[in-house]
Design a binder for this molecule. Structure first.
Ligand code: GDP
Length: 300
């Protein structure tokens, strides 16, 4: 995966240095851990995540707790793999569908993170699975956001609810509530609400998102984060966690050649699982996120 190309190479070099060693001395482990630490920091992984990660790798590598069927180099790879899975959230988690439909999914994130694109991807994916999603245009901040969502909905072949002039226009909370009623009437079983974002964290919009959340009581709030934003990921994720709170994370633009630190930091910083990965501009460039598969890709 392009995003992790450099990290993958660096870790591979580190592991190569261990090959052929009969037993790892404490010095070997320390050198290895130092190299892993540098590789992660250079990939823009947040310092606190790196510290925890390398601390656990060191402890386990010195503890020799892994199967003796593996040689020392393989043991270290296994430990790093396990710990990557852990920081990526452990088990994969899926959307919790409401017992009484519609299931309400709200999208939040900075402008340009990929929310509107994701609304299209997610709805297409759900529709292919037999659901009848309704996209809701509650981003009334940007003049063409509503049109953009309509275009995406058409591409995805799903219905869209957008404010009519004079009918809740300008008030995203009203639009979201009307959309919920519409969805019940028309028997849409999933409602996906696109909300406004700004280029930076913004108190006013955060409050707006929090108000929408309060009004519609969503089953899932997905925080979409651009994997290319590097070290800003931590600050942004924390601001959204405090401002709106979210139940899951979506990593977007994993196809880019940024350093991928956001991807590796955000689940462990927020304690919220990464649920989907977005890997391109097309509506099919999207997949449910599997921590174990991502770890294997990084270590490939
Ligand atoms: P929003 O402001 O959060 O709604 O973001 P948009 O959905 O409008 O996306 C912003 C830009 O990023 C658009 O040009 C999208 O085509 C692009 N984009 C969204 N997701 C991805 C992705 O996973 N990979 C790539 N390469 N581009 C993406």
């Amino acid at each position: 995966m392009a995003t992790f190309g450099n990290l993958t190479d660096r870790l591979a070099d580190t592991f190569k240095n261990l090959r052929g060693k009969g037993k790892l001395s404490e010095a070997d482990v320390d050198r290895t851990v130092r190299e892993i630490r540098r590789a992660l920091l250079d990939a823009d992984v947040a310092l606190e995540v790196v510290k925890d990660f390398t601390g656990r790798v060191r402890e386990r590598a010195l503890g020799h707790e892994v199967s003796s069927a593996l040689n020392p180099a393989q043991q270290v790879v296994q430990i790093v793999n396990d710990e990557l899975v852990t920081i990526l959230g452990g088990e994969a988690r899926r959307i919790e569908f409401a017992k009484n439909p519609p299931t309400v999914i709200m999208l939040a994130g900075l402008q340009g993170a990929g929310k509107t694109t994701l609304a299209g991807k997610l709805s297409k994916w759900l529709a292919a699975d037999g659901h009848t999603p309704l996209l809701v245009a509650a981003d009334l901040q940007r003049p063409n956001a509503v049109t953009q969502l309509q275009v995406v909905a058409e591409q995805a072949g799903v219905a869209v609810f957008a404010p009519e002039p004079g009918n809740g226009k300008g008030d995203p909370v009203k639009v979201a509530k009307q959309a919920l009623k519409f969805a019940k009437d028309k028997q849409h079983d999933v409602v996906i609400i696109d909300t406004a974002g700004r280029l930076g964290v913004d108190a006013e919009l955060m409050k707006q998102a929090a108000n929408i959340r309060k009004a519609v009581d969503p089953d899932e709030v997905l925080f979409i984060i651009d994997a290319m934003i590097g070290q800003d990921a931590v600050k942004t994720a924390r601001a959204f966690q405090e401002g709106v709170d979210f139940t899951g994370v979506v990593l977007s633009k994993l196809d880019g050649d940024a350093r991928g630190g956001a991807a590796l930091s955000v689940a462990s910083i927020t304690g919220r699982p990464i649920m989907f990965a977005s890997t391109g501009e097309g509506l099919d460039d999207f997949e449910p996120f599997h921590p174990d598969r991502m770890a294997s890709r990084i270590l490939d």
